[in-house]
Design a protein around this ligand. Structure first.
Ligand SMILES: Nc1ncnc2c1ncn2[C@@H]1O[C@H](COP(=O)(O)OP(=O)(O)O)[C@@H](O)[C@H]1O
Ligand SMILES: [Mg+2]
Length: 466
């Protein structure tokens, strides 16, 4: 490209394409309403010339909502065909594209971190003591949802946070804290990228060791469910692929991370204000979702009663930093054991809530919900009313939920102990999570709506104990 093209002019033209392009991206969180404007907040040239690599932060306006997003833009005079699917628009005669899929350009990001570079307001940094080798090509991870992660060779994984929130991202903050106390259940933290937003530092990237021998918990659990369904006559502990041993080790790993987080960052006892806030948040969510999903409304009285029970918790309830969005897709099994990933919190929750001190039982509840999901997803598209299959699914869920709690109790923070000793709390957290799932399924996968709704019916009828 001509060096005379001013990147700011290019960006000025490009942002007019973004209201149409952004909603086509999986990570774009604002699909619920139309975009009314996009304006650039900062543009940083990472590679000048042809090809050009720009780091761009834009503000996306949707009526009164304004949210910053991060983009990586490539531009070159002759766009190779394989990059065509990432094309955003042709501006000033130059094809511009989403560059996270361009290995020739993204290798630059690793080199910048390895070199502790500063470009404009961007700070690329290695973690203290981390040795990095540069010159590696990257491919984007296929499974990402809220963000975009790039894998460099078999060595590193760089997560680029898409929606930005001023300050240190909880994912980075909690990984650093866990690293400092020597947690065995996280992938090594190796570096970060920090930018600037509203005059404050903002985390835009996090580099970790790529665990190349890892399988995610969801894949392992659903394989086990399939084995059980295939052999409906065999007792669960005789079926190939029984998951209970893994579920127990996973419970222990989660408990150990909670204990480490408490050791690293402390805890506090929840007071009445905290309970009021929590119950109110649960009721508000229930009201909002009930308006959108009529099938939920019939459970509303029982749900409200379960949320109120929180206030009757016996004994002090300890609040501390937790994972915040724990499910089987956020844990990896590698040769040395289970790892927890993605400490950013629930994607739809407001940032203030995501970094709040919360009960570790919330994470336990998240994982219990996930066991339920793993068991019941197998019934979708099959004969959902086949009582034998349904009983098999319930059996799998009961067995693994209970194994998970056994494992958790072994390494739990002393403030928590066995999660089953906090039945009312755990039930309220599980139901709150299920209400969130109802909203999610309603918006994204209506055929899955029966999974959280059936759980809500079972739990509120008293038929489901962890
Ligand atoms: N350290 C790692 N080693 C191997 N794979 C990883 C690692 N971290 C993340 N992944 C893979 O990348 C996917 C997305 O990572 P995650 O941190 O959950 O990002 P997101 O915020 O987009 O959900 C994970 O589901 C997992 O498959
Ligand atoms: Mg994730």
């Amino acid at each position: 490209m001509s060096d005379l093209t001013d990147p700011r002019e290019l960006v000025g033209a490009l942002v007019t394409e973004l209201p149409e392009w952004l909603p086509t991206q999986r990570w774009f969180a604002g699909k619920d309403r139309p975009i009314t404007g996009v304006r650039p907040l900062s543009t940083t040239v990472l590679m000048a010339g042809d090809p050009l690599l720009l780091h761009l932060v834009v503000e996306v306006k949707q009526d009164d909502r304004r949210e910053p997003y991060q983009l990586l833009i490539g531009s070159q005079a002759h766009l190779p065909e394989y990059l065509g699917s990432n094309w955003i628009g042709t501006e000033k005669g130059l094809p511009c594209y989403e560059a996270t899929g361009d290995a020739d350009l993204t290798s630059k990001l690793l080199d910048l971190i390895a070199g502790d570079a500063r470009i404009g307001s961007l700070r690329f940094e290695r973690e203290p003591g981390a040795e990095l080798r540069g010159g590696l090509r990257a491919r984007p991870v296929g499974a990402e949802q809220s963000n975009t992660s790039l894998v460099f060779g078999h060595h590193y994984i760089l997560k680029l946070f898409r929606k930005l929130t001023p300050g240190e991202n909880p994912d980075l903050r909690l990984h650093r804290a866990l690293h400092d106390v020597g947690s065995k259940h996280i992938a090594d933290l190796l570096g970060s990228i920090t930018g600037e937003l509203d005059g404050e530092p903002v985390t835009i990237g996090m580099l970790q060791k790529f665990v190349s021998d890892a399988v995610d918990g969801w894949a392992m659990a659903t394989t086990s469910v399939r084995d059980l369904m295939a052999d409906p006559e065999l007792p669960p502990d005789e079926v190939g692929g029984d998951f209970a041993g893994e579920a127990q080790r996973l419970g222990q790993a989660v408990a150990s991370v909670h204990s480490d987080l408490r050791r690293a960052l402390g805890d506090e006892i929840a007071d009445e204000v905290e309970f009021d806030r929590t119950v109110k948040a649960m009721r508000d969510r229930l009201d909002t979702v009930s308006r959108a999903v009529p099938q939920l409304a019939e459970h509303a009285p029982a749900l409200r009663a379960a949320f109120e029970k929180l206030r009757e918790a016996h004994g002090p309830v300890s609040m501390q930093y937790i994972h915040g969005d724990l499910h089987l897709g956020q844990v990896l099994r590698c040769v040395t054991g289970w790892l927890l990933i993605d400490f950013e919190g629930e994607p739809a929750a407001p940032a203030a809530e995501r970094v709040a001190l919360r009960s570790p039982l919330r994470d336990v509840a998240g994982m219990l919900r996930s066991f339920d999901y793993a068991a019941h997803q197998m019934l979708i598209g099959h004969d959902e009313d086949d009582p034998r299959l349904t009983e098999r699914a319930l059996e799998w869920a009961r067995r693994n939920r209970s194994a998970f709690c056994d494992g958790y109790a072994k390494a739990a923070p002393e403030t928590v102990g066995d999660p089953r000793a906090h039945g009312d709390l755990l039930r309220a957290f599980e139901l709150d999570k299920a209400v969130y799932e109802v909203a999610y399924e309603h918006a994204n996968r209506p055929e899955w709506l029966t999974v959280p709704l059936a759980s809500i019916a079972r739990i509120t009828a008293g038929g489901e104990q962890p």
